[in-house]
Design a protein around this ligand. Structure first.
Ligand code: CA2
Length: 152
């Protein structure tokens, strides 16, 4: 069974515990369980990984780049958190793994928020972007990844 990675960046481990008006009350483990169940339903093994460390996210993208090359992974749904707006390293990693489809996902509509959230270093390297659908965005991104890149 091919793998799909649900990758979450800094502070997303706090999901559902604070700022419910902005991010809702669903926890990250709820989101991960939803994605795993949906993956199993449509024939993919979903792996979930969250880190507050930029380097750990880079290493995971590199690992999935290798799994993609060997035909063992389909792609990745990635919410880079605040690193979205700061990290040229994440941009370079996604470009660098050459071919791994990455769907960028944001829970909130970043364009309706502070100006510093309007720019993403990840978007130019992403294969698709899902923004502002709350935590449902993860499932929308997963579905979009499979529709665009699955079964070929
Ligand atoms: O809307 C998103 O998904 C964001 O990626 C979330 C990031 C933010 O920096 C981006 O601009 C947009 C923040 C994640 C922090 O998550 C928390 C969740 C609950 C409580 C506190 C933080």
């Amino acid at each position: 069974m091919k793998k799909i990675l649900i990758l979450n960046g800094p502070n997303l481990n706090l999901l559902g515990t604070r700022e419910p008006a902005q991010y809702g009350s669903t926890t990250l483990s709820d989101v991960e369980a939803m994605c795993k169940a949906e993956g199993a339903r449509i024939g993919y093994e979903v792996e979930c990984f969250q880190s507050n460390w930029e380097g750990a996210l880079l290493d995971k993208i590199h690992e999935y780049g290798r799994l993609f090359k060997s035909g063992d992974a389909l792609g990745c749904v990635f919410n880079p958190g605040a690193f979205t707006h700061t990290s040229i390293a994440l941009h370079d990693a996604i470009k660098g793994v050459d071919g791994l489809p990455v769907i960028e996902c944001h829970i909130s509509n970043v364009h309706a928020r502070e100006e510093f959230r309007h720019h993403s270093w990840v978007s130019p390297a992403a294969s698709g972007i899902v923004i502002g659908f709350g935590v449902d965005g993860y499932l929308i991104a997963l579905g979009g990844l499979v529709r665009k890149f699955g079964n070929r």
